[in-house]
Design a protein around this ligand. Sequence first.
Ligand code: GLN
Length: 241
Amino acid sequence: MKKSPLKILYLYPDEMNFYGDYGNVLALVRRLEWRGLEANVLYHKIGDSLPKNVDIIVGGGGQDTGQLTIHADLLRIGGGLHQLADNNVPMLMVCGLYQLFGKRFVTADNQELAGIGIFDAETIGIGKRMIGNIITETEFGELIGFENHSGKTVLEPSQTPFGKVKLGYGNDPSGHNEGAVTKNIYGTYLHGALLPKNPVLADALISHALINRGEDSEKLAPLDDSLAQKVHIDARKRKQA
Ligand code: GLN
């Protein structure tokens, strides 16, 4: 029987797509296609209703102004996102949306935005911009990317970080923890786009989605990732900025 396409939902494509974060969706789509699986990309825009059945949700970064624009709508769909989170739907939230998946974000000019509280974390805009190449050690090995944020994220003791920073800042200027992970939801400051450079994470999201659908993810055929591996080797030689 032909399998139905995997539904990938991208949140706020107009406001939250910094440094080509949409490339994360393209990487998922291609990696599915290369394995003979179909993808259907959906977009959530302000005012849309949140689809009940999606397989993977992706969100990107944005300026503080973008976060202000989408903020009320995100709170509106927050309950639905929590429900999907409880159903183990895998999600990847980069930078601006990572911050709003926490409990609270206070911008550098002191505007307070409530978050949807999927992560036990809060973010405060500080005078320092944390910008440059970043490498973080995660359960999927070393991930490489580029960060640019002035938001400093503080995790509550109950919140598991996504990784440990090896180069760069991550959640805060101390350069210890990076991102947050809860269930199958990954929050991170890594732009890149992240997934084309770190296919292991793309495949983890795909595997979670296939498991949820009751489809056999062990059959995720290996792909030729030699280009991504070369990029990785090159990134390790780079300095922070
Ligand atoms: N505006 C936020 C910050 O600077 C998010 C930036 C981003 O998404 N790259 O902290």
